[in-house]
Design a protein around this ligand. Structure first.
Ligand code: G
Ligand code: G
Ligand code: MN
Ligand code: NA
Length: 257
């Protein structure tokens, strides 16, 4: 297994890269609905081990105090990629996974502004998918930062909704405009009546609160259809596309329409 010092070196030497999973408009009712954007998912190109996935190094980053540099690296890659797509005429939203504690780090806004300018990114097409928000009060500095990011045009999404760390309380306390239904519900809706009822209720709740509801982990045609019928706005998952490297995403986009 990789060690903390190896991960620190990997971050410094820019061995992290992003995979992009397309997110499409579900309300056109076809698996070829409009591509709204992508979720950026971090990977580590290790010279010895090959490509490593977040489950094998995010916990390591947490244990070694590396979440801050890792997250900055991801943000910079995501902003660069968004600007690159914009320059080729693709007006895509890019969603980035952000551990909520990150928002409380000193100088977040200044660093965001600096990176945005440097890479000519457009924050109105950036979504911050916040996870582990339980420790974040919408008070003081964290709330100020979230509101300032919203003012700059960022969309704030509550990720993994419905699981232990992502609850109604969080939805109520923080200024979200998007809600992501956790894969653990979506993966069951074609087999389990209760999972379907819960998912439909989350979609209703989100709509009534004026939130954009996004379903992740859509794997089957049946799941897709049930989400469309329940009125879910946006979806991603293997039945639409796997997470893709930037090159593979390019090819996929050209073949998709
Ligand atoms: O890409 P994959 O399905 O292997 O991701 C596994 C987990 O790692 C998911 O829960 C995902 O949210 C998380 N993850 C993926 N990319 C990032 C990232 O850039 N930052 C953080 N903090 N988590 C990520
Ligand atoms: O927790 P988060 O939503 O960030 O997790 C996204 C992760 O889920 C990505 O790492 C991605 O590889 C994975 N993923 C994406 N689509 C599917 C899917 O349809 N099924 C499963 N099992 N995993 C998926
Ligand atoms: Mn996510
Ligand atoms: Na999730």
């Amino acid at each position: 297994a990789p060690r903390g010092d190896e991960l620190a070196k990997a971050i410094r030497e820019q061995q992290l890269f992003l995979a992009f999973q397309p997110q499409i408009n579900l309300q056109q009712g076809t698996q070829h609905g409009q591509v709204i954007g992508v979720e950026a998912l971090v990977r580590w190109q290790d010279p010895q081990r090959g490509v490593l996935y977040p489950d094998s190094f995010i916990p390591l980053a947490e244990q070694n105090g590396l979440m801050l540099p890792l997250t900055w690296s991801v943000i910079e890659l995501a902003l660069k990629q968004q600007a690159q797509w914009l320059s080729q005429g693709w007006d895509l939203n890019v969603s980035i996974n952000i551990p909520a504690a990150f928002i409380q780090a000193e100088g977040v806004l200044e660093a965001f502004d600096q990176l945005t300018q440097e890479h000519h990114a457009v924050l109105s097409k950036i979504t911050l998918e916040l996870t582990e928000t339980a420790g974040v009060e919408c008070l003081g500095y964290a709330c100020y930062v979230l509101k300032a990011l919203r003012q700059r045009g960022c969309t704030l999404a509550l990720d993994d909704f419905g699981t232990g760390h992502s609850s109604l309380t969080q939805l109520y306390r923080l200024p979200f405009s998007e809600l992501k239904i956790d894969r653990s519900f979506v993966s069951l809706i074609d087999r389990d009546k209760e999972a379907l009822v819960i998912t439909e209720s989350i979609i209703d709740l989100g709509k009534r609160l004026g939130l954009t509801v996004v379903a992740e982990g859509i794997e089957t045609q049946a799941q897709f259809t049930q989400l469309v019928e329940a009125g879910c706005a946006v979806g991603q998952g293997y039945c639409i596309a796997h997470p893709l490297t930037a090159d593979a995403f390019n090819t996929w986009m050209h073949e998709y329409s």
